[in-house]
Design a protein around this ligand. Structure first.
Ligand code: SF4
Ligand code: SF4
Ligand code: SF4
Length: 564
């Protein structure tokens, strides 16, 4: 199915391949292919953590405003079910104004989702009185998906009750007729359903979407008086959200993906419901519960401020038209386990994958998290199941870049060497060693690339590089006679005061290197140095560009030789 139809999706062609979403996703639902991220939808809890983590804004939530506009145009009666979290997200707005705004947008009526919460609490009480046990609440779709997909062995503990918004929708249809459409207005992106799911809610729009919609349709709070005749239908809930009497069960509430995952990992130490006192575990995907569900435009309102606003509002509210008696409606829902595809990977496969990225011993396992996975082994497992690519491993990519650099250097027709600020050779090709004489050539074989050798001990032109390093200037040139050969040295800066390079050519064999060739060589070296320092995702592009430049040098050199 097209990713674009899902409620959380990634724009693949604009993904920068930075792997931040891989790091953020605690369920491993991000797939990287061709350095582009996508979501394994059947494993995704829709927690939205990856969306917050993506620095490029490539992960988005499906906008359902147009679908609701269509629904309003084509349906006789469309009701809004307004989540109780609205009060913290629309500071300073009284309910009458919000209800009027929704009416102006075309809704036939607005009801409080809170009525669904009251029903949910009633049903929970019944459930736990009838079967005292340790049960897990099903009010957070993220927690429910996390359990069904990733902790399926705990699915039997999920209360078989529909989400409060669904219960409210059932009540609305009981009062308004079964054909009434219901749109849930909520801070919760996870309440949106995917195209392959059946939902009793006709649509879900977030508070962000509602704000944008109001703005587009010219429905601004400043212009709405908030006439008293606008009321919740059929009235207000006579309670506070999430206020089931504590005496019914011992309640434990945990919020945030990390916290709830930890709880689900620690089942061995869960308290045992002893048959008299049931236990209710309330798990919320967002830190701070639904008040912490920060949609894009609300991130400036701290969670605690929203919780406080909500609690104060419901504590102080004196319902004018309270709904004391809720209708009898079915409350059931079922949450069978739906284990995410578990890929079995043998230890030998993981070892082979580790070897393919140059990791043979524990010392090779940097566990640096550069790839987005906590450990090299987890990354290797992801490689085995096709979730990841070797280039995501920083150390592998650096080694690869280094190898490519060395092999490209080898192909250069002139002698090339690089030194650090202490005139220690960082890298050199064999041609350079050959031109410097037998001692350098011998050393080249024992120390790959003359690495670490002191230039002052090998060449009489160390001062030229010193001069370039000290000045940080561009190019210095010198002709020298060395062991019967007349050499032309072009010294140049790679990184001012830190790294210098020299192009060494035998004047007896060929002409002086042109400025252009020096410039090309310098570019090659600079780009490769940057490459080895950069993150994995940049490798492919730089390496191919470098190769093209080098090839042009080789060709130019061949042309010059041909002319001679
Ligand atoms: S929404 Fe959550 S579970 Fe889904 S891919 Fe993003 S971080 Fe992972
Ligand atoms: S976080 Fe990085 S890898 Fe993930 S979708 Fe955004 S740009 Fe792509
Ligand atoms: S905590 Fe609330 S807002 Fe967040 S995912 Fe769960 S139900 Fe939705």
């Amino acid at each position: 199915m097209e990713q674009s139809n899902y409620s959380i999706r990634i724009t693949p062609h604009r993904c920068a391949g930075c792997y931040r979403c891989v790091r953020a996703c605690s369920t491993g639902a991000i797939i990287i292919r061709d350095r582009r991220a996508s979501i394994a939808q059947d494993e995704c809890t829709r927690c939205g953590t990856c969306r917050k983590a993506c620095p490029h804004g490539m992960i988005s939530v499906r906008d359902d405003v147009d679908a609701v506009r269509r629904l309003l145009r084509t349906s006789d009666k469309v009701f809004a079910s307004l989540d109780p979290a609205w009060i913290g997200s629309f500071p300073g707005i009284v309910p009458q104004r919000l209800i009027e705004a929704l009416t102006l947008l075309g809704f036939s009526g607005v009801g409080e989702t809170l009525l669904g919460h009251v029903k949910y609490d009633e049903a929970t009480r019944e459930q736990l009185q009838r079967h005292p046990r340790l049960a897990i609440s099903t009010t957070c779709p993220v927690a429910v998906r996390l359990i069904r997909y990733h902790y399926p062995e705990q699915a039997e503990r999920l209360l078989p009750l529909a989400h409060p918004a669904v219960l409210h929708a059932r009540m609305i249809r009981h009062w308004q007729g079964q054909t009434t459409k219901v749109v849930y207005i909520t801070p919760c992106i996870a309440a949106k359903s995917n195209p392959d799911e059946i939902s009793e809610l006709d649509a879900v729009v977030t508070f962000d979407e509602l704000r944008r919609w109001m703005h587009e349709d010219g429905v601004e709070f400043d212009l709405i008086p908030g006439n008293d005749s606008y009321r919740f239908e059929p009235g207000e809930a006579d309670c506070q959200p999430h206020r089931m009497p504590d005496s019914i069960a011992s309640r434990f509430t945990f919020s945030g993906m990390e916290a709830i995952r930890r709880i689900l990992e620690e089942t061995a130490v869960w308290p045992a419901a002893d048959g008299r006192e049931p236990i209710l575990l309330e798990l919320f995907g967002c830190t701070g519960g639904c008040d912490g569900a920060q949609t894009q435009q609300e991130k400036d309102i701290p969670t605690v401020a929203r919780t406080w606003a909500r609690q104060r509002y419901y504590n102080e509210r004196r319902p004018e038209n309270p709904v004391y008696k809720l209708p009898f409606i079915p409350t059931v829902a079922s949450y069978p386990p739906r284990p995410a595809e578990r890929f079995r990977v043998a230890a030998s496969q993981i070892d082979a994958a580790l070897a393919s990225i140059g990791k043979f011993t524990e010392r090779d396992m940097h566990n640096c998290n550069g790839c987005g996975y906590e450990t090299c082994r987890e990354f290797a497992r992801a490689l085995c199941i096709g979730r990841a690519e070797p280039e995501m491993c920083l150390s592998y990519t650096r080694a690869l870049a280094q190898k490519k650099f060395s092999s490209l250097l080898k192909r250069m027709p002139s002698g090339v060497l690089l030194t650090d600020a202490d005139l220690k050779i960082v890298e050199a090709n064999r041609n350079a060693a050959r031109l410097l004489g037998p001692q350098a050539e011998q050393l080249f074989d024992s120390r790959q690339g003359l690495h670490g050798a002191d230039l002052r001990e090998l060449a009489p032109f160390a001062d030229l590089l010193r001069q370039v390093l000290d000045s940080g200037g561009e190019i210095a040139e010198q002709d020298i006679r060395l062991k019967g050969k007349l050499l032309h040295i072009s010294a140049f800066t790679v990184e001012p005061h830190r790294l210098a390079g020299a192009l060494v050519s035998n004047l007896a064999l060929r002409g002086i290197q042109s400025d252009e060739m020096i410039e090309r060589t310098r570019r090659v070296i600079r780009e490769n140095l940057e490459t080895v320092q950069q993150i994995a995702c940049l490798l492919g592009e730089n390496a191919s560009r470098t190769e093209a430049i080098l090839n042009s040098i080789v060709t130019a050199a061949a042309d010059e030789s041909g002319k001679k």
